[in-house]
Design a protein around this ligand. Sequence first.
Ligand code: 8YV
Length: 334
Amino acid sequence: MSVKKKPLVVLARKLPDSVETRMRELFDARLNVDDHRMSQAEIIDALQEADVFVPTISEIVDAAMIEKAGPNLKLIANFGNGIDNVDVVAAAKRGIMVTNTPNVLTEDTADMTLALLLSVPRRLVEGANLLQEGDGYWPGWGPTWMLGRRIWGKRLGILGMGRIGTAVARRAKAFGLSIHYHNRNRVSPKVEEELEATYWDSLDQMLARMDIISVNCPSTPATFHLLSARRIALMQPHAYLVNTARGQIIDENALTEQIENGKLAGAGLDVFEQDNAIDARLLNLAKQGKVVLLPHMGSATLEGRIDMGDKVIINIRAFVDGHRLPDRVLPNKV
Ligand code: 8YV
């Protein structure tokens, strides 16, 4: 009986050890042992050789690169929920399927959203840095020192009420925030009732009335700069903005200016418009305690990244076995 040839699966980045070990057992898996970021040439080489390519958010797989893919490539199994790094339409034209890893990072990303939502108005990072910078010296407690702003009883506007947005809403409700949201479609009456959520058909109208805005929508051509300079200017001067989705959804330059000019109280950002290049003006605002910046840690838990890797394995095994791919991303859905 002929032995089924294991597919060549090329991993773009180092994944958790347990995931890599399982992949080596199941597939002809080529690992990125030093976890360097692949060059465009290396990605193209992988697309030309592999049966399955496993990119992450750090690998852009665009139409021109997909055009150069070899005849063996039949699946791009993205290690990540957001799929904005892969041109799904171009892949489909080449008969290449694309999968992602939904659901398994919802709770972790919602947790980090709340962490940022709290850390900005309550000056959490500023306080921690103050002690470190003073080598432990501080002037002692004072009735009007290091005052932030209460979040209990405030209005939270969620932009994008998908799985992560809904998980954020459940947490925020427990923190005493009233839930408002703008979404392509209304959520079910059952969810609205559970969250006591108010739907805003008009994003402009919601932005102008909220105390805190949380960005939880996907990055697509339709959401590029959805929070434009005009819309950011609608927000109230005491309001805060939190983004754990994608930097491209916000006009970062306009956001920075609004905070610099005192027309917005602050922001908590886990993602940035220019990938891992952070504007010096934002860093300056962080030094002033007006923004809290994190290096895209939304889904950064060991459990979450193992779950994501397990999802990638399930998708590849379904492909190898000729079964329906559980997390197929369809070109008409991006
Ligand atoms: C992932 C993310 O860890 O999954 C997403 O959409 O934004 C991240 O939190 C990253 O995409 C891994 O590729």
